[in-house]
Design a protein around this ligand. Sequence first.
Ligand SMILES: O=c1[nH]cnc2c1ncn2[C@@H]1O[C@H](CO)[C@@H](O)[C@H]1O
Length: 342
Amino acid sequence: MASDDLAGFIAGLPKAELHVHHVGSASPRTVAELAARHEGRSPVPADPALLAEYFTFTDFAHFVEVYLSVVDLIRDAEDVRTLTYGVAQDLAAQQVRYAELTVTPYSSVARGIPAEAFCEAIEDARREAEKEFGLVLRWCFDIPGEAGLPSAEQTLRIALDQRPDGLISFGLGGPEIGVPRPQFKPYFDAARAAGLRSVPHAGETTGAQTVWDAIRELGAERIGHGIFAAEDPALLEYLGEHGIPLEVCPTSNLRTRAVADLAEHPLAKLVAAGVPVSVNSDDPPMFGTTLNNEYLVAAKLLDLDAAGVAELARQGVRHSFASGQVKSALLAEIDAYAATAS
Ligand SMILES: O=c1[nH]cnc2c1ncn2[C@@H]1O[C@H](CO)[C@@H](O)[C@H]1O
């Protein structure tokens, strides 16, 4: 199948998205509109054409700085509602049927949006998206690592006090350098005791030890990124044996300069070692990508044909925290599509 045909196959393929950030998914149009409202008071350009340059990152720390400047544009619950609905619409347009969206309530609450109003806004958008697009949305509430333990405490409190219906997991994002995972153990323990699944980022910008810490200290059931696990054969074996999947986002790793070149991306090495992986988009407009494009990138890295790509989509479903019913319906849909379209 030619590359154009494969792109067409991917575009129509029903998919799950497991690693995508809320604010990081805002379309350039949405970001530019929000920036226009705060012109003169925000470094974010109000012209969508200038955003690509603004979203050129020198390293991961620069990425977080830029990310937070966009977070700063979201000032009230109406902004949250509009943003979330737009993200759902963009996912549905790519034939995403189920998505776990990483949301950072701490950042918005710290900027003055009450926790209750924030949760109400995302829940409104979630219900609307399910009704209008048939997209099942779930939330991962993550601790922004750079904001330290007070942000962990508050993220946990918001999760447990508000407990929005769509909330299924607890995460940890932001920088890894200078933000050791073990200090977050009590918060993950409490979140897990309350029935939330554990999905911290680890091994995105630091080495295998961070992934071990995420597993041993935070009870990680899936790992955000985890690409530096490739450095440690014992860890690769452990991930495979215990079925702990990595949520891999190839273009993100390139754009934050975690990986110098796609040719050096460890996806193929991880798969060859028997590590379960899914392919995801992270912060698609900020990285100039889409989930569909990430599938195409992964197909090149793994040398996959249409059947291989369909299997990748099945992995995303299997690694998700969706209900058994949602999983079987989506797997059946993928099977039916692959049988007719390839
Ligand atoms: O690739 C990523 N790695 C880590 N954090 C990220 C990424 N993309 C977006 N965020 C977001 O960065 C904020 C600051 O900690 C958090 O809101 C986190 O969700």
